[in-house]
Write a protein that binds this ligand. Structure first.
Ligand code: XMP
Length: 514
């Protein structure tokens, strides 16, 4: 069945992925394309609607991103947001200029309730503004359907042609009724039925994998993270014993993590697949002995993974497919989708291991956002602790132990981290904090326990709130919780006599320690 689709045309705005996610929350499938995408390609895709994103430029400058007028003449509904709204006006004959008053932040907006965009929206509602240009004159045949104290055209519409322009950002949560506005556009104006659901995704993805793989053999490097676990579960349902998962335990995982992964995917788990656990702890510790420089540690951990995986792949021999846990943000950030692109090339998208003898790759999660991957995981019957697992870096505890990594230090940080996670969950904070973990500083200091002098390690607790992991603030954890964690760590983890809480935001800090 052809999936109905809305496309987002990206003009370099910081919220482009958010727009697409919000549309998908309305059960409408949505993809992001660069403004450089040819109109013919867009016509071929035959979308039910088009959304133009914000962007950092001024649309009246000669070199600014633009789009051909034809886009607005296809008969497909178009919604312009911020830069997208200004561009729509500019291209269709309105006027955009530098605003006398720059609007930034939460702003009261007055909407015309009879506009199809604002059905069910309060007459005065709060929206998120961020612009220095403004629409001083709407294009011919457009009517103003919202304004603010400083902005005469906060929204404009040409109902007959289904063209809508919104100066503010309905996609960010600060716009209190923004989701309703996007819903009104995609479900109302565009007439989408709302058929994008995770249960049907899972069903279709299983059918697609079966069709592609046939009776071929598939190899997957399973890390135990959310994406690779959901991928393994999906492939297991689709092709069962044709799948081989190689799980490398590098000895830098969180406490019990290796066993948890094995209990789900191993021979006593629910899936009928080939599961190979490689216990490579000693190899890693040997390679890391005496190494203190963070980049060198990362490099060793990465290279050793390739070596271990290569050895296993050789034992398995040729396979037909290599499975990859690429997800949609990886695709967009690698520049294959949107415009704000070229920021980084993603390991999942960029390089494929050249030592595995395979013919093709399978990437069934390629079109999903992270929250959708999680929903698919729940559909597939994975346990909550796997599905809601926090982000965990590839080099694992190796970058949460400052300085040299040893088995003893790994034990300390694993035990301290376990206690920290347990207490955070007990306090009901586990779903509210972006990322939290214990790290081991390389510092030892003098303390006193009982009547004895101690000279032991200091553990650092980290907890951050973050939207995009590019910036972060230290989380405000209640002092009693921190105190309980501190006293349990010092009492229960041998080798620790001091606990710090890291208050540093990012920037200037990073979330991890190395
Ligand atoms: P930083 O420390 O850069 O972390 O502020 C930002 C986010 O990225 C995760 N992180 C990594 N993830 N491989 C990964 O897969 C890595 O080498 C790596 N380094 C950091 C980190 O946990 C945080 O969520």
């Amino acid at each position: 069945m052809e999936q109905e689709k809305v496309i987002v045309i990206d003009f370099g705005g910081q919220y482009n992925q958010l727009v697409a996610r919000r549309v998908r929350e309305c059960n409408v499938y949505c993809e992001i394309y660069s403004y450089k995408t040819d109109i013919e390609k867009i016509k071929e895709m035959n979308p039910k609607g088009i959304i133009l994103t914000g962007g950092p430029n001024s649309c009246y400058e000669p070199d600014s991103p633009t789009y051909t007028k034809e886009l607005f003449e296809l008969g497909i509904p178009v919604l312009g947001l911020c830069y997208g709204a200004q561009l729509m006006m500019h291209v269709l004959g309105g006027k955009v200029e530098k605003a006398p008053v720059r609007e930034y932040g939460k702003t009261e907006v007055f909407v015309k309730k009879d506009s199809p965009l604002f059905q069910g929206v309060s007459e005065n509602t709060i929206c998120w503004m961020s612009h220095f240009d403004y629409i001083s004159k709407t294009a011919p045949d457009f009517e103003i359907c919202a304004h603010t104290a400083d902005c005469p055209v906060a929204a404009a519409e040409n109902r007959e042609k289904n063209l809508y322009a919104i100066q503010f950002h309905p996609e960010v949560l600060h716009t209190v009724e923004g989701t309703k506005m996007l819903y009104n556009f995609v479900r109302g104006v565009c007439g989408c039925a709302g058929t994008w659901r995770m249960d049907s995704f899972v069903e279709n993805a299983i059918a697609d994998v079966r069709a592609k793989v046939g009776d071929g053999k598939v190899l997957l490097a399973l890390s135990g993270g959310v994406d690779s676990s959901v991928l393994a579960a999906l492939l297991a349902k689709a092709i069962g014993p044709q799948l081989t998962c190689v799980f490398v335990d590098h000895g830098l995982l969180r406490k019990n993590e290796g066993d948890e992964v094995e209990s789900v995917f191993g021979k006593d788990g629910d899936f009928d697949i080939n599961f190979i656990r490689v216990n490579a702890q000693e190899r890693y510790y040997a390679k890391l002995a005496g190494v203190t420089e963070p980049e060198q540690k990362r490099k060793i951990i990465g290279e050793e993974f390739i070596r271990v995986f290569e050895e296993e792949a050789k034992k398995i021999g040729a396979v037909d497919f290599l499975a990859q846990g690429t997800i949609y943000p990886d695709v967009v950030e690698s520049g294959l989708g949107g415009e704000s692109a070229v920021i980084k090339s993603h390991h999942n998208v960029g390089g494929l291991p050249d030592f595995v003898d395979f013919k093709d790759i399978v990437e069934p999660l390629r079109n999903l956002f992270k929250d959708e991957v999680r929903k698919a995981g729940l559909e597939l019957g994975l346990p909550d602790y796997l599905v809601y697992r926090q982000p965990f870096p590839g080099p694992g505890l190796g970058i949460r132990i400052i300085g040299e990594v040893t088995a003893e230090k790994v034990r300390i940080v694993q035990d301290a981290d376990y206690i920290y996670r347990e207490e955070i969950a007990k306090a009901g904070l586990d779903k509210g904090i972006g990322q939290y973990f214990a790290a081991l500083t390389n510092m030892r200091s003098v303390g006193v326990m009982g009547d004895e002098r101690t000279y032991d390690y200091a553990v650092a607790l980290r907890a951050v709130n973050t939207v995009d992991f590019m910036t972060a603030e230290a989380a405000d954890i209640p002092f009693e919780v921190l105190q309980t964690v501190m006293s349990r760590i010092i009492n229960e983890v041998k080798g620790v006599n001091r606990v710090f809480y890291d208050l540093t935001s990012k920037p200037p800090g990073t979330i991890e320690f190395e």
